[in-house]
Ligand binder design. Structure first.
Ligand code: FEO
Ligand code: CA
Ligand code: CA
Length: 707
């Protein structure tokens, strides 16, 4: 066997297939984020790395459980502080009405702490979905399937703007299942559509400049969000769309969104089409998200910069600085050609239009007539997503990542308090909670000051942290910036207060029982040895890591916390990897963690984006217990087709079904409709899809997902 240690006797991080794109295919980089890895990271602030941060005394983790709120089954969110130890049940809705409160769900869910028992899937390159023995899967929705009533069936060779506006959009990412009845036999499948890949959508596509206007508009219509009514198939865990589609809804690039919160109506948000600065058409590049305890969806607008072209140079110095920090072009050119069909996508004529994207949007899937809102109080950056918990005093806390190399982790704390229950009055109140509050950005400080010159003396990458205020009590805490400027140009505001530059913060999710917050840091192959710190301890971090955060005193509204690295991803045989202290000979290899979820048994689920490039196998879902004897025993639960990343995921409240989004199947360099690199799911053109996984043998003593 060849020596893989370069004669050092020490295994190095796997030097596999570094394509300069952080693990993704070059085609994915081009379409999803406009090659932002290929140019310098836009955070050029002199905000310090680890070296100048003040070292603080070793601090033990905050007490778990102090604010540990009860699981609200079905939302993945947590209930109010009054329900501190008792598991409660979900908001349940009657179609088209408000979700009633209370212990409504009549389901059997796995008990908390139940061990996992399935046989791990081996990493592979099969162009299909692979699940463990004893499980089955099916496609629930694919790109082009009808969503709105009256929408036509999909016809790849006869696509139209009108059809796509009523059909399931492209590249599904976030997945949530919200109950419509008490037995969880009917539900709302809520999915976003992050971006399009025109090479795989249209025959003969060459580039945006030579595309037809119809093609450009179809792509615009394929972005956005879908709400699809689904039903269980017999007594299995399988889901399928209902025929009646009464609650269904498609939001796309011409759907109306209302800007709310302190920056709504600001001059910075006014355009020729919208002199009020309050109404935006469309939501773009929606990536991960969350479900609130009041049964709405939060969805993050991520790489919105790529949709804007310029017909002339941007010469104003302030605008150039602002555009530069967000990667928006300042010289003539195009990426997607949308400015050819709508002037608002030309920053030379509408320089404020990009300011109207990069927000967290809140959608009420229970009311298809509601106007979705863009929440300016949560700041504007490349939002991966937002997940909500309730603080001890009842205020709502949202955790958010800004997914770019060297960008930051944020937290919002509402001014007003959550009102438990889903009667109309309380729900209407709760739907205003994210419109006003405090905004913070995170600074991580290691407790091993000798690192990186020598390994941490306590054997852990851990330490303390602070939430640095950007907005507090309705006032800006950033010198020289107004409240509106802090919220619209949040990256520039954060640069001024000294947060920690992270390795691409993706999904961030508080555990529904313990309150511990888990952060997926997917990778950063541009961090140099001089730039490492204890929270981002590896240069050229191709594999990513997972950090846990425990708020001080177990209070989600605290302004300080302790933290610890839970997983240093990569080859388990590599001494530079760490799997929460578990015997690494028994774990599955994971890299590029992206989406975070929890099942009713309290286990941590991770979905990956980048394993083909970083590990030579397809992406998938992984599950890991976070306490007990099996703590750290991470196993692969699924793998996805060629070229795809695995997104979602979500586990239904009864623990019987896992749903995952198969995003961009076949998206490999050189792929076209004639040169297919995947034929998932129907043996023809690849179609992004939501897949349901369930156990084949329900009713036995291990009926649940992950058992
Ligand atoms: Fe759209 Fe950060 O992944
Ligand atoms: Ca340490
Ligand atoms: Ca993501």
């Amino acid at each position: 066997m060849p020596d893989t240690t370069n004669g050092t006797g020490r295994h190095r991080l796997l030097p596999l297939l570094n394509n300069g794109h952080g693990g993704r295919s070059a085609m994915t980089c081009m379409y999803r984020c406009a090659d932002q890895c290929a140019h310098p990271a836009p955070n050029t602030s002199d905000n310090e790395y680890f070296g100048d941060m003040v070292q603080k005394a070793i601090s033990r983790r905050g007490l778990l459980g102090g604010a540990a709120a009860a699981l609200v089954v079905g939302t993945g969110a947590v209930a109010g502080p009054a329900a501190a130890t008792t598991r409660t049940t979900a908001p349940v809705a009657t179609a088209g009405r408000r979700p009633p409160a209370g212990d409504e769900l009549r389901i059997d869910a796995p008990e908390y702490g139940r061990p996992i028992g399935f046989q791990a899937v081996t990493g592979n390159t099969v162009d299909s979905v692979v699940v463990p023995n004893g499980y089955d899967w099916s496609v629930t929705m694919s790109w082009g399937d009808p969503v709105e009533q009256g929408a036509p069936d999909f016809d790849f060779d006869n696509q139209s703007v009108e059809a796509q506006q009523g059909q399931f959009g492209y590249n599904c990412d976030f997945v949530a299942v919200l109950p419509l009845d008490r037995n969880l036999n009917r539900a709302l499948l809520c999915v976003n559509h992050e971006y399009t890949n025109e090479n795989l959508m249209f025959h003969g596509w060459t580039d945006a400049e030579s595309a037809t206007e119809e093609q450009l508009r179809i792509a615009m219509a394929a972005h956005g969000f879908s709400v699809v009514e689904i039903e269980r198939v017999g007594d299995t865990g399988e889901w399928r769309p209902t025929k009646r589609r009464r609650n269904n809804r498609r939001l796309h690039t011409w759907s109306e969104f209302k800007l709310v919160g302190p920056a709504a109506g600001s001059d910075l948000l006014k355009t020729s089409d919208d002199p009020s600065g309050t109404t935006v058409l469309g939501t773009l590049n929606n990536c991960a998200g969350g479900v609130t305890p009041w049964g709405t969806i939060l969805s993050g607008e991520e790489n919105f910069h790529q949709y804007f072209g310029a017909t002339d140079d941007i010469t104003d110095a302030t605008t150039r600085e602002r555009f530069g920090r967000y990667g928006i072009r300042t010289s003539p050119g195009t990426r997607r050609g949308w400015e050819r069909v709508e002037d608002r996508f030309d920053v030379a004529s509408e320089p404020n239009e990009p300011n109207r994207y990069g927000w967290v949007v809140e959608i009420d899937p229970y009311d298809r007539t509601s106007t979705p809102r863009k929440l300016t109080a949560l700041g504007r950056f490349k939002h991966e997503g937002a997940t909500v918990t309730i603080a001890r005093d009842g205020r709502v806390v949202a955790y958010m990542g800004d997914d770019e190399r060297f960008d930051y982790i944020y937290k919002f704390v509402s001014k007003k308090k959550y009102k438990p229950g889903n009667n109309k009055r309380h729900r209407d109140h709760n739907k205003t909670l994210l419109e006003d509050g405090d905004l913070y950005v995170a600074r991580f400080t290691g407790n091993s000051p000798e690192f990186p010159d020598s390994p941490p003396d306590d054997g852990l990458f851990d330490g303390t942290g602070e939430w640095l205020p950007l907005i507090e009590d309705g006032e800006s805490k950033v010198d020289g910036m107004s409240v509106e400027e802090v919220l619209v140009f949040t990256r520039l505001a954060a640069d001024k207060v000294g947060p920690t530059k992270m390795d691409r913060p993706e999904d961030i999710e508080p555990h529904p029982i313990t309150g511990t917050v888990y952060v997926a840091l997917t990778n950063n192959n541009r961090r140099t040895p001089a730039e490492v710190d204890e929270a981002n301890p590896r240069p050229d971090n191709r594999f990513g890591h997972v950090i846990s955060i425990d708020e001080d005193n177990g209070d989600a509204a605290a302004t300080s916390f302790t933290w610890s690295i839970v997983i240093l991803c990569g080859d388990p045989e590599d001494p530079e990897t760490y799997y929460d202290g578990f015997d690494k000979s028994q774990v599955s290899m994971i890299s590029c963690p992206d989406n975070v979820a929890f099942d009713p048994a309290g286990r941590l689920w991770l979905a990956t984006d980048g394993m083909p490039g970083s590990a030579g196998v397809h992406d998938g879902m992984f599950v890991m217990p976070i306490e007990g004897d099996d703590k750290g025993h991470l196993r692969r639960f699924s793998s996805v087709p060629a070229g795809a990343e695995c997104c979602g995921p979500t586990i239904t409240p009864d623990g019987r079904t896992a749903l995952m989004a198969i995003q961009h199947p076949g998206e490999l360099s050189g792929a076209t409709t004639e040169n297919r690199m995947s034929t998932f799911p129907y043996g023809n053109q690849p179609r992004p899809s939501v897949v349901t996984v369930w156990r084949k043998t329900p009713g036995n003593d291990r009926p649940f997902i992950g058992d």
